[in-house]
Design a protein around this ligand. Structure first.
Ligand code: FES
Length: 200
């Protein structure tokens, strides 16, 4: 069964990009596109999508108000908010939660960053299997080369280093996820070479 998606965003380029990405998956179908909050509320009532991808900043009724209206009507439609806003107050308002709660979640999970990420992300697994096999040394060597610790980004925004508890590749420990590639049995030399290849 396909997931029926309504895209709500006032930027055509962004809508086109999302549509191309989503329609590449045969289990997803884009059933409509809207460019402002009021139209999105009407389209959600008419089309009954499974998911609305909702831009927060839209003309007229914004994404937060439109989401409240859609949810207040009941129904099974879920809303995923999309935004370039990094201000945590914006997130808190979108989720209808106190700022302290948003901050607590954002600082609890290692993969959530409070600052914008670099162009490349290097996630070093520090789960038990990877730690035993030398993940700590990988982190030290990245720090030695780039001067950044987990959770930090280089000054030129090229590279962010993160850690994860287990990336599901324990048989390949130590494992690193570099952008979307999972690297297994990684040595410091391998990793620094790969990082140099992606021009960081
Ligand atoms: S502990 Fe590293 S992949 Fe599982």
């Amino acid at each position: 069964m396909q997931i029926r998606i309504l895209i709500a965003d006032d930027h055509r380029l962004f809508r086109d990009g999302l549509r191309t990405l989503l329609t590449a998956h045969k289990d997803m179908a884009v059933v409509g596109e809207t460019t402002d909050g009021a139209d999105t509320v009407s389209a959600a009532a008419e089309l009954k999508p499974d998911v609305v991808l909702m831009d927060v900043s839209m003309p007229g009724l914004n994404g937060i108000e439109a989401t409240r209206k859609i949810i207040s009507r009941g129904g099974a439609t879920k809303v995923i908010m999309l935004s370039m806003h990094s201000d945590r107050r914006f997130v808190a308002e979108s989720l209808d939660l106190p700022l302290s709660k948003v901050f607590g979640v954002a600082t609890f999970y290692h993969l959530f960053m409070l600052k914008p990420k670099g162009r490349h992300a290097c996630v070093v697994c520090t789960g038990t299997a990877c730690y035993i096999k030398g993940a700590g040394a990988l982190i030290e060597d990245i720090e030695g080369r780039y001067g950044i610790n987990p959770g930090e980004t280089t000054a030129d925004d090229a590279l962010s280093v993160l850690t994860a508890r287990c990336v599901g590749a324990c048989g390949l420990a130590p494992a690193v996820v570099l952008d979307r590639d999972v690297l297994g049995k990684v040595t410091s030399d391998d990793l620094l070479e790969r990082l140099a290849e992606i021009a960081v």
